[in-house]
Design a protein around this ligand. Structure first.
Ligand SMILES: NC(=O)c1ccc[n+]([C@@H]2O[C@H](COP(=O)([O-])OP(=O)(O)OC[C@H]3O[C@@H](n4cnc5c(N)ncnc54)[C@H](OP(=O)(O)O)[C@@H]3O)[C@@H](O)[C@H]2O)c1
Length: 229
């Protein structure tokens, strides 16, 4: 039987490349997205099943209907949002709450709803797409002080990392849980000058999954050394 992956934010950017990569590698793919795929990128391959979902909302029954009790081998929580960078005095707290809703509560909602499907798989993995900018160790060291990153993005990605650690501890021995930084991608979210093709990151992530590494929790950067939490 084919392995099955559920990917969120699968209509554009890295999520779209992940859907393409896994389906081309013989996986069944459930592409979860709140918006349609842009026309310029063509259509999903026939084997990709799509489900409309804003991850800030309760997870729609449609996702479970589509899965119909099937084991989920891999959940990739890829959907994310940041906020524009601003001076301290002008940061809207609502932007932070929204980023935490999408980047932290969103993955938790998916995990809660899909847990029976994950536990039904022989060797399941949860991957939360994170950022090196969510590393408390690196931020405290000033490694990224030259970058204009919003409080909302940094705070929510650090919180998402803690979600990954918490899940790994809760699901120890049952589900491997990884926080994965994809690299500096040439996507809408990428920093100016970011040039990594999201297709390359998608291939590296699929190879990471295929590698069978057992470490959980793990905070890694695709194609590079593991990161400090
Ligand atoms: N780009 C980089 O350089 C970089 C670096 C480090 C980490 N990352 C991480 O990699 C992942 C993918 O980033 P990307 O570069 O592909 O970003 P992107 O091009 O901006 O795509 C973001 C995706 O998230 C979806 N999304 C946002 N809010 C959502 C919501 N409320 N419900 C459902 N979907 C929602 C978007 O859907 P809509 O089309 O509906 O908005 C879109 O599909 C993210 O987790 C990001 O934090 C990216």
């Amino acid at each position: 039987m084919k392995k099955l992956v559920v990917v969120t934010g699968a209509n554009r950017g890295l999520g779209l490349s992940l859907a393409d990569e896994f389906v081309e590698s013989g996986w069944s793919v459930v592409a979860v997205a709140r918006s349609p795929r842009p026309q310029s990128t063509g259509a999903y391959p026939r084997d990709v099943v799509t489900v409309r979902q804003d991850v800030r909302k309760d997870i729609a029954a449609e996702l479970l209907e589509v899965l119909n009790g099937l084991p989920v081998d891999l959940l990739i929580n890829n959907a994310a949002q940041g906020a524009p960078h601003g001076d301290l005095g002008s940061i809207p707290p609502e932007g932070i709450l929204n980023a935490v809703d999408v980047n932290v509560a969103g993955p938790l909602r998916l995990v809660q709803v899909l847990l029976p499907n994950l536990l039904a798989a022989p060797d399941p993995i949860i991957i939360n797409m994170t950022s090196r900018l969510g590393s408390l160790a690196a931020q405290a060291n000033g490694d990224f002080s030259h970058l204009s990153t919003s409080y909302a993005y940094k705070i929510s990605k650090a919180a998402q990392n803690m979600l990954t650690v918490s899940l790994a501890q809760d699901l120890r021995g049952r589900v491997r849980c990884w926080a994965v930084h994809p690299g500096k991608l040439a996507t809408d979210m990428g920093q100016p000058g970011a040039s990594k093709d999201p297709g390359v990151a998608a291939r590296q992530l699929r190879e990471l999954v295929d590698s069978g590494v057992r470490t959980s929790p793990r905070f890694c950067s695709l194609g590079e050394q593991d990161l400090h939490w």
